[in-house]
Structures are given as C-alpha cells and as structure tokens.
Ligand binder design. Structure first.
Ligand SMILES: Nc1ncnc2c1ncn2[C@@H]1O[C@H](COP(=O)(O)OP(=O)(O)O)[C@@H](O)[C@H]1O
Ligand SMILES: CC(=O)N[C@@H](CCC(=O)OP(=O)(O)O)C(=O)O
Length: 306
C-alpha cells in the first residue's frame, strides 16, 4: 500500500495530468526518439512505458527514431570512415547498407519490441514500406563567414522527404497500432536515402497535422553561448544564432525542422532532454515540461527557461 506522502504525490500528478489528457485525447503527437536519448536500458524502458501510457489514455503517438550513434558503432567495427557535414552523414553505398541494417533492423525492432513488451501494439516500418516516405536527394548548402556565396555540397545518398503516406499512418492509428518509423526514404527509382531523423519527424508531423512534435535529444534544449536554454524563438532569432555559430552540427537540422513544422501547421514543437527518465510524460502531462519550445506565437524576447 502507498504511504500517505506517496499517495498525495500520485494524486497531485494525476490531477495535474487531467487537463492535458483532456486536451490531447484523440490528437496525434509525433515523438522523435534520437539515438543519443537511447543511452541506457532504463531510459529505453521508461520511453516505451510513456508511449504506451499515452496510447492508453487516447492520445495517438507516432514514433520516428534516429540511431546515429548506433550507426557510428557498426561503421567503426567495419572500419568504414564516416563524416558529417552540416549535421548530415556523408553516405556512400557501403554506408547506406549499414544505415539500412542498423535503423531498419536493430534499432527499429528494439523499440517495437520494448513498446510491445509494455503492453502496446507497435508496428515498425521504414520509409520503404508501402512507400511511407518518398524522398529526393538532398543538396547541403554551407554558408561560410567571409564567402559571399553558399557552397552546395554533395553528401551522397542523403535525402529529404518529398511525400509522406498519410493514409497508411492514419489507418494504423485508427487500428490502434503505434507506428514506429525508421528514417529511410525511397526515391522514385527505388533508391534508398538516408534521411536525418529530425527531418522525417518534422515532415511526418506536418503531413499528419499533429498537435505536437517532440524532439528527444541528449541536451537540455537549444542553448546560447553561455549555456542557457532558450525558448520561444522566432525564425529571425534562429537565423542569427546559426550565423554567429551558436547553433551548429546536429542542432541545425533539429531547429530547422521544428521551425518548418510549426510554420506548416503543427501546434508546437519542443526540443526535450531525453536523458531525463519519463521525459515524454513530464512534457505531455505536467506543468514542469522544460526544453526549447517553438510555436507560431513567439515570445517577445529570447529568454532563459526557468
Ligand atoms: N546551440 C546549441 N544548443 C544545444 N546543442 C547544440 C547547439 N549547437 C549544437 N549543438 C549540438 O547538437 C547536439 C544535438 O544534436 P544531435 O547530436 O544530432 O542529437 P540527436 O542524436 O538527438 O538528434 C547537442 O548534443 C550539441 O552537441
Ligand atoms: C543523413 C543523416 O545524417 N542521417 C542520420 C540518420 C539517423 C539519425 O538521424 O539519428 P539521430 O537522430 O540519432 O542523430 C545518420 O546517418 O546518422
């Protein structure tokens, strides 16, 4: 039996959750589960439980996962060198094979299995299944201070989303499945594309008209040079932070996809620290959600989240 203090705590949490449950019931929330947020077995289990709980109270979670560090590990074991340009892995055909094996196999099935172990009905897909994610080749542009023109860089078999099979995802949702999507796209010619998982999550959220896009990562949020978490950002402020080098690497696609998603009709996008146990629950069901929030009604000024 719960002691008095624990019982009070539980009832406080449930009371706090009620308005959020009412607000999100029947709505779709897209959760991007980054490879860095899969740090430990405990965190993976708490993520799976959070997703099952969401579904149980009538919210429709759609998971899009990454697996960058897991791809890096196998590439290393196979002695295949790898580099990132502007947050995108340069992908030749040997690298693409590894990406497909790790994301579509190991990582996808691990998440599906965990959700199912906790009582959910997860169904894993790559963008190739039923042409879920159609893609075209992505050309990376790099702006270097002092150079008047941006460079266009060929990073190989890296794609961007051209179309999402919304009908399939909605069908899975209405049949009570939890879709778990690996960020591999298929070109018109059947070619495989390695797509940054943030970009897939953003486009899936946009295509579904999701209420919320959550990006789980290994940092407390988007930070300024002093290490303070920033929230309520405008596009212009983000552009400034990119230009002065405050935002770089993996945060570039993350913040861009968050901005694009809200401009494309998603209610809000939030970058959350996935290293915190039950990060998804805390963000969706309590007032304590912290991280970098991006909405269409930006706050007046950049400010540090409390
Ligand atoms: N301004 C910034 N604020 C926070 N993190 C940043 C910033 N600029 C770059 N980063 C880097 O971006 C990383 C998150 O991107 P990434 O490693 O691709 O995460 P994920 O695997 O979760 O998608 C952070 O761990 C940090 O190293
Ligand atoms: C083009 C590109 O960079 N693709 C990513 C796909 C996985 C991913 O995005 O994983 P995280 O979310 O864990 O970083 C990669 O190859 O690492």
């Amino acid at each position: 039996m719960l002691n008095r203090d624990a019982a009070t705590q539980v009832s406080m949490i449930l009371t706090e959750a009620l308005p959020y449950i009412q607000r999100f019931t029947g709505k779709t929330i897209v959760i991007k589960y980054g490879g860095n947020a899969m740090e430990s077995e405990e965190l993976q289990a708490s993520f799976a439980k959070d997703i099952v709980l969401m579904k149980t109270v009538g919210i429709n979670p759609v998971v899009v996962h990454g697996g960058g560090p897991q791809i890096g590990e196998l590439l290393k074991r196979l002695n295949i060198a790898s580099e990132f340009i502007e947050g995108m892995r340069v992908t030749d055909s040997a690298t693409m094979d590894v990406v497909e094996m790790v994301l579509g196999g190991q990582v996808n099935k691990n998440i599906v299995n965990l959700i199912n172990q906790h009582g959910g009905q997860a169904l894993g897909l790559t963008g190739k299944d039923a042409n879920l994610i159609r893609a075209r080749k992505l050309k990376v542009t790099r702006r270097t201070p002092g150079m008047d023109k941006p460079e266009i860089i060929d990073v190989g078999q890296v794609g961007e989303v051209s179309e999402v099979n919304v009908k399939l995802i909605n069908r899975l949702i209405s049949d009570d499945y939890i879709p778990v999507i690996a960020p591999i796209g298929v070109g018109d010619d059947g070619a495989s594309y390695n797509i940054n998982a943030d970009l897939v999550a953003g486009k899936v959220a946009e295509a579904l008209g999701a209420e919320k896009l959550m990006l789980l990562t290994n940092i407390a949020g988007l930070m300024n040079k002093e290490g303070k978490v920033l929230t309520g950002l405008t596009t212009a402020q983000v552009d400034e932070l990119i230009a002065d080098g405050t935002i770089y690497g993996g945060m570039l696609p993350k913040i861009r996809c968050a901005l694009d998603a809200v401009q494309g009709g998603v209610g809000s996008a939030i970058i959350v620290d996935g290293r915190v146990p039950n990060a998804v629950l805390l963000e969706v069901f309590t007032d304590t959600g912290v991280g970098t929030l991006i909405t269409n009604q930006p706050l007046e000024e950049l400010h540090a989240a409390e």
